[in-house]
Design a protein around this ligand. Structure first.
Ligand code: ATP
Ligand code: MG
Length: 466
């Protein structure tokens, strides 16, 4: 057996080092390096004994025959859609989300749907491994969710080698691991939740999923910053990464694909968390727009990109006459300096005199948006509030505003438009340069604008003069 060595791993990004470092060179975070004893594992330790061990011959691409993939349907349409049309056998899926957002609830519901005879679907054997809760807790939740199924097995277990044995014995058609941070490989000496444990356990699950063609769902905790706790390699190993997110104040929950080897990553699934569990929200647009005030000046929706994810946010502005000599300017959720520049552009290029007004700009819902693509919506909401003219709620606006009042192109326009369409928007004001380069036809009415003045006209708050 090979000798074990001590290594230091960054708990944020998984950076590996032989000596301790105060600052991680990988992600530049401080005090994230933790000592772990590493014993190199053989492939069989990883549960791969059943994975094809015969050496493979290279094959010509044209000679590879495709067998028809039959996707398992949970009949929870929003869930199936996010996965690209259902669960593919052998798929390893990671679901991340804030504490208490409803990850266990969602997976328990999906397990029970697969485990029952719904819509003439044959009941599937499902194994739900829980490292966080006792079997009684799961039973309590199942009773609350009114779950009745005869083919759902619950296994309260943290030891990975026992879990692998149980899977081999039971041969279920789907496995849920809740959560990856609580399971451990006995051969790895570091504690559960550490970088090496997470990596080894996920690799073992990957071999199991591929070797036995069993789809495996893995629940992952998220860090304070909102990314899945553990190294990035975790996201590389799995086939699909889903995020379950939502605001504590609201009952709406969004399931979003970050990565999918078997489908598009542009899908979102919207659910509502009720006492009886998660129910699908069939028209997300109606649900989301109900939060936005109608017929009010100073309010506009924009599409921002978070990482690779498009997120629609409402920008609100309030412009009131100042009572003091020096006007007040406040921004919540967007950069203060960026807002000051936009106010200066509105003053110089459009001729809106803001010198006698207090200006407050807010991103509704406590969101923070840092990218320049929200510039145009901020400028439009300020102008809308100042002139007290309402921007129609069917319009979504995005684009970067240059210092001479020109509208510059932004990235990932297709994703923004797709998200806007999904949430029911009818018109989109966007940089004309982006519009010209769009390849796909879309059902949304696109209004390309080259200057801030054109954008204000398109948003119906400027008619050639104030
Ligand atoms: N009796 C209830 N009525 C309504 N909603 C409930 C009830 N009990 C729990 N919930 C909802 O379920 C949520 C907890 O769901 P769940 O345990 O699935 O979350 P989780 O994401 O698995 O959390 P964790 O990260 O702690 O494992 C609660 O935050 C709450 O919104
Ligand atoms: Mg849970």
């Amino acid at each position: 057996m090979s000798k074990s060595v001590t290594k230091y791993y960054c708990q944020e990004c998984g950076y590996e080092s032989l000596k301790w470092l105060g600052k991680c060179p990988g992600c530049e975070k401080w005090n994230t390096m933790v000592e772990e004893l590493v014993q190199p594992l053989s492939i069989s330790d990883r549960g791969a004994a059943s994975f094809s061990s015969l050496p493979q011959e290279p094959k010509l691409l044209s000679q590879i025959e495709l067998s028809e993939i039959e996707r398992l349907k949970s009949n929870l349409n929003e869930f199936d859609r996010v996965l690209g049309g259902g669960i593919v056998p052998g798929m390893l899926i990671l679901i991340g989300g804030d504490p208490g957002i409803g990850k266990s609830t969602l997976l328990l519901q999906v397990s029970s749907l697969l485990g029952s005879n719904v819509n003439r679907n044959k009941a599937k054997k499902v194994l739900y491994v829980t490292g966080e809760e006792s079997a009684e807790q799961i039973k309590l939740r199942a009773d609350r969710l009114n779950i009745k199924t005869d083919s759902l097995y619950i296994l309260p277990e943290c030891n990975m080698s026992y879990i692998l044995t149980q899977v081999e014995n039971l041969m279920p058609q789907m496995v849920v691991i809740d959560s990856i941070q609580t399971v451990y490989m006995p051969e790895v000496s570091s504690s559960p939740g550490s970088v090496s444990q997470i990596r080894e356990c996920t690799t073992a699950l990957m071999y199991l999923a591929k070797g036995k063609s069993i789809p495996i769902f893995v629940v992952g905790h998220v860090t304070k910053e909102g990314s899945i706790a553990g190294p990035k390699v975790l996201e590389h190993i799995v086939d699909t990464v889903l995020y379950f997110e939502g605001d504590e104040q609201y009952t709406y929950r969004i399931l979003r694909t970050i990565k999918n080897r078997f489908g598009s990553t542009n899908e979102i699934g919207v659910f509502e968390m009720l006492e009886t569990g998660l129910t699908e929200v069939n028209s997300p647009s109606a649900a989301f727009l109900s939060q936005k005030p109608q017929g009010v000046s100073g309010s506009v929706v924009t599409a921002a990109i978070e990482g690779t994810r498009p997120i629609l946010v409402e920008i609100q502005a309030l412009v009131t006459p100042t009572n003091f000599g020096l006007p007040r300017r406040e921004s919540f959720g967007i950069d203060y300096n960026r807002m000051s520049i936009l106010l200066a552009i509105l003053e110089k290029k459009i001729g809106l005199h803001l010198g006698q007004y207090d200006v407050f700009v807010n991103v509704a819902g406590g969101m923070k948006v840092a990218e320049p693509a929200v510039d145009l919506s901020v400028a439009c909401s300020v102008a809308s509030s100042l002139l007290d003219r309402v921007i129609p709620s069917s319009i979504i606006i995005f684009g970067e505003v240059g210092l001479s009042g020109e509208i510059r192109s932004v990235s990932l326009v297709e994703k923004r438009i797709e998200e806007a369409l999904k949430l029911g928007f009818k018109q989109c004001i966007l940089p004309v340069s982006n519009m010209e380069r769009l390849k796909k036809k879309t059902a949304i009415n696109l209004m390309g604008v080259g200057t801030l003045r054109e954008a204000l006209e398109a948003a119906q708050i400027w008619k050639g003069s104030a």
